[in-house]
Every structure is written in C-alpha cells, then in structure tokens.
Ligand binder design. Sequence first.
Ligand SMILES: NC(=O)c1ccc[n+]([C@@H]2O[C@H](COP(=O)([O-])OP(=O)(O)OC[C@H]3O[C@@H](n4cnc5c(N)ncnc54)[C@H](OP(=O)(O)O)[C@@H]3O)[C@@H](O)[C@H]2O)c1
Length: 331
Amino acid sequence: MSAGDKFTKDTTAQEVAETFGDRIKGRYVVVTGTSPGGLGYETARAIATQGPKLLVLAARDQAKLDAAKADILKETPSANIATVILDLDSQAQVRKAAADIAALGDPDVLINNAAIMMNPYGKTSDGLESQFGTNYVGPWLLTALLLPSILKTPSPRVVVVSSAGHRSSDIRWDDLGFSEGKEYEKRAAYGQSKTGNILHALALSEKYGDKGLVAVSLHPGVIMTNLSRHLTQEDFSAFSAFWNEDGSPKPGLFKSIPQGAATTVTAAFDPRWEKHNGVYLVDSQIAPDLPTTGGEDLLVGGMGYILPYAKDKKAALRLWDLTNKITGENF
Ligand SMILES: NC(=O)c1ccc[n+]([C@@H]2O[C@H](COP(=O)([O-])OP(=O)(O)OC[C@H]3O[C@@H](n4cnc5c(N)ncnc54)[C@H](OP(=O)(O)O)[C@@H]3O)[C@@H](O)[C@H]2O)c1
C-alpha cells in the first residue's frame, strides 16, 4: 500500500503536500498560471509550505504574480519564491520565459497548469487557434526548452494539467484551426487542447522515460475558478447538470479549490507514477478507461474516465512531431 492510494476526491492539496513533504523539500519547482483564486495558486501555496529550494510562479500578469507571491509569503515567510512572466500566447515570449526560468537553476518539477477555456474564436500571436496555442503548444514549447535543464536533476518530473473536457474532441488532425474559425466550436477547441495535454505527457514518457523523466497528466475535478470567465448564459443553460441558470454551481459535482489542486500535487510528487509513467489521473488515482458499454452520459458520467484516443501512443508521437513543425523545433 502506497501513501497516495488513500487519496480521494475530498483530499486537499495541503494534505498531499504534507504526505510528500520529504519529496518537495530542497527541490526547484515551477508552477504556471498561479493567479489568486485559481488551482495553480493553491498548488503553489501548498508546495511552498514544505520547503522547496525555489518555487517559481510563472504567469502573464506581473500584478497577479506579485499578489500571489505576497499571499504565499504571508503564510510561509521562509519560502524562496521568484516570479517569471510567461505568456503562452506567444512562442517568442515562451522562449524568453524558459530562458528566465533556466537562469534560476535546473527545475526538478515543471507543473504546466495555465490555460484558457471556451473563449470566442481568436488566434495566438503565432496564428494558432487560441485554445490549442495557449493550452497545448505554449506548454509543449516551454517544457521542451526546459527539458535539458530538467533532465539534469535527480528525479525529473513534468505535470500537464488537462481536463475531463478532453472527451469533447480528439486532435483534429486535418483541421487544427477549425477552418480559420469558420467551423469554430469553443467546447471542441477546449477538448482538442486538453487531449493534446494528455498526449503530451504520454509522449514525454515515451521519449524521455529512459532518461529518468516521469510525466503525468490529470483532470483536477470541476471547481469554481476564473476559468469560467468566458462562459455565457447560453453555456450555463447547456451545462445545466453543472450550473444553475444564474451561473451558480449545483451542489454535489463541484470540488473546493484545495480539493481541486490535490491531484496536481499528487501528479508532481507521488512516487507511484515512477512505475506508471505517462498516466492520466482523476481524484489522485489513475483514471479508468471509458466503459464501452453501459450508455455512459459523457457530459457528467464520463468525467472520471480517459477516452481511447487520449491513450494512443502512436497519436502521442504523431502530435509530438507535428508540434516540432509548428514551433520550428527538433526535439
Ligand atoms: N476549474 C475547473 O473546473 C477545471 C476543470 C478541468 C480542468 N481545469 C484545468 O485546470 C487548470 C487551471 O485552471 P483554473 O480553473 O485554475 O483556471 P484559472 O483560475 O482561470 O487559472 C488559469 C491560469 O492560467 C493563466 N493563463 C491564462 N492564459 C495564459 C497565457 N496566455 N499565458 C500564461 N498564463 C495564462 C491565468 O492567468 P490570468 O489570471 O492572467 O488570466 C491563470 O493564472 C487549467 O489547465 C484548466 O484547464 C480546470
């Protein structure tokens, strides 16, 4: 029996961080998307309590970074925290952020948490559909550029925060950009980007597992955060299983922010994944496959499962090669 086997949907990030305190102490950890009120902030806050050597908060807004750092220091004055501007919308800026992060040392653990959800159609600075570019390509590039540093550390690990939303779409191999927006479906675009996140961790485990890298993806649960900022009245009606018409959450389905960040901390520090490299977690455990029978309601009932297209190793490597082309890299 491993310590993490007992974690459930109710476990908090703090409980997980305390369980793995000896694996956090003395290590350099990077968390992206750490704005107060979100899961990245709570992930960083819990990690800070366990004495990492350095904790880097990486996000696009310096005022929010400063606020997050100040809040964490209020609780843990001894924490060694640095902030780095990271804008996943721009590959040039991601390159600068990666250089800034590496200049501070070799990160032991990179937690790719930042994302946007179901925004109106738009393009990144590099001309990619914005959810694919921000949620998948940006974190892929950041990870790739940091890998040489990460791989120098004794137990290198990369976490990619995905979502049960991956069930909304496989990778649209022939039309990543929704025909320049003409066929844009914001939910499918989020799903495509989140499938990309799961395949990213799988590809990392396949390509770098023999160099000691452990890579894990996860669904944090459903949690009220600023992620829902782009949802409209129409969306709240369409997702009536989750929200009342006024946008307030229905009881039972939602986790608190401390519960929501728990699976991320488990992904980052639990030793179990050394024997299960590349897995996708839900509620701090390996997610089961979607049952092929039983008429699962994919919207609510399907949330705890992984879809077959997100477990496809060939697809993971194909997406890796495609992302090399998109970014002009050769990892
Ligand atoms: N909440 C849920 O129910 C839920 C469910 C499934 C999966 N997730 C996943 O959990 C992760 C965290 O989400 P959350 O709920 O904590 O959302 P959130 O509160 O909106 O936090 C998202 C973070 O990402 C940052 N971000 C957005 N665009 C960025 C960009 N271009 N460059 C750099 N940073 C950027 C945001 O910065 P700003 O504050 O500046 O916008 C914020 O810090 C995401 O990967 C999300 O897909 C969440």
